[in-house]
Design a protein around this ligand. Structure first.
Ligand code: NAD
Ligand code: TYD
Length: 340
């Protein structure tokens, strides 16, 4: 049995990854370590304990707490670590850069130390294309050798963590991989990120705040495709390598939001242009040729279809959305938009 310690498994991508791995019914055991911040939600994996009593364990714990991580790895005889845990939102990292550095950098260091101590078979760092910085409209997409040039506290903390991971490979021969993926969407994403926020606001006939003119471009990937790529990297990725993961789906924010409104049959008059995000990256685009050639992965689900599925998921899971949009959430977002 392969025992995988997944950090941040109660968040958006981590919970989708755990669900995917366990659904394969192969010889995997998942040990999920999550601090349960505002973004970590046990409802994301509600039925998993019951369905997989022998294949799944949850520990509420901070990845920065080395002593406890050490004990968990020892007790569970962990073979692999996949590090999803992070403060993942750019806007929050602008409001409070410290928390982001704490988890994204020092948390990664604590895990690397534990991985080294226990001679873990593979450490996979889940990173982001945002470490490369911003592209102009006509620039070629990011490759794995594009210079790191992060612009937000979030992306700077992720880039720093990537450098640290690489240093543990070079200095201590720790078997590592780094994955750098574009913007994910799909079920269980906290409605602070563009797609679920716009679905939530539109269904409640609230204004849809678009930063600046809405011309910024992101490459979007359905979360299932990302999870499949991560498993490929975990099992077959060449030690010490970085793999870019992308969805081949570039679109501007304004065009994306209009598509969501069309699916929901809501008027474009809900769109409100607000003050731009400071240091807002213009465009992200990914060249994923390396993972395609080496590991035979490519995105499978078409953007239009997956967006429709995503909208339907949030409509169908009204209760989940109601439970995460608590009073604290509403106060935070009211303040955010009043300041713009
Ligand atoms: P998320 O915010 O939905 O989830 C983060 C999870 O980490 C939460 O469950 C939270 O409780 C947990 N966590 C935070 N701090 C912790 C700590 N100190 N100790 C233990 N757990 C902690 O994030 P996500 O969107 O699922 O992103 C997961 C990873 O993927 C992140 O590393 C992010 O940088 C990366 N990534 C995200 C995207 C995207 O579009 N969402 C794209 C590329 C890469
Ligand atoms: P986001 O989902 O925060 O992801 P990231 O900043 O990591 O790419 O934002 C995606 C894009 O949408 C980004 O260009 C910022 C923009 N955006 C808005 O225009 N309005 C919003 O309310 C949010 C949350 C994002």
């Amino acid at each position: 049995m392969k025992k995988i310690l997944v950090t941040g498994g109660m968040g958006f991508i981590g919970s989708n990854f755990i669900r995917y791995i366990l659904s394969l019914n192969e010889d995997f055991k998942i040990i999920n370590v999550d601090k349960l911040t505002y973004a970590g939600n046990p409802e994301n994996l509600k039925e998993i304990d019951r369905k997989f009593p022998n294949e799944y364990r949850f520990y509420k714990n901070d990845i920065c707490d080395f002593a406890t991580i050490d004990k968990i790895i020892n007790k569970e005889e962990v073979d692999y670590i996949v590090n999803f845990a992070a403060e993942s939102h750019v806007d929050r990292s602008i409001d409070n850069p410290s928390i982001c550095c704490e988890t994204n950098f020092f948390g990664t260091q604590s895990l690397l130390n534990a991985a080294r101590k226990h001679k873990i078979e593979k450490f996979v760092q889940i990173s982001t294309d945002e470490v490369y910085g911003s592209l102009d409209f006509n620039d070629s997409p990011f490759t794995e050798s594009t210079h790191l040039s992060p612009n937000s506290p979030y992306s700077a903390s992720k880039a720093s963590a990537d450098l640290l991971v690489n240093s543990y490979y070079k200095t201590f021969n720790l078997p590592v991989n780094i994955t750098r993926c574009s913007n994910n969407y799909g079920p269980y994403q906290f409605p602070e990120k563009l797609i679920p926020l716009m679905i939530y606001n539109a269904t409640n006939d609230k204004e849809l705040p678009i930063y600046g003119k809405g011309i910024n471009i992101r490459d979007w990937i359905y979360v299932d495709d990302h999870c499949k790529a991560i498993l490929k990297v975990l099992l077959d990725g060449k030690i010490g390598q970085i793999y870019n993961i992308g969805g081949d789906s570039e679109i501007s924010n304004i065009d994306l939001v209009k598509k969501i409104l069309k699916i929901l049959d809501k008027p474009e008059s809900l769109i409100t242009f607000v003050t731009d995000r400071p240091g807002h990256d213009l465009r992200y685009a990914i060249d994923h040729n390396k993972i395609t050639k080496e590991l035979g992965w490519k995105p499978e689900i078409k953007f239009e279809k997956a967006l429709e599925l995503t909208v339907q998921w949030y409509l169908y899971n009204e209760e989940w959305l109601k439970n995460v949009t608590t009073k604290e959430y509403l106060t935070y977002y009211e303040k955010q938009y009043k300041n713009r």
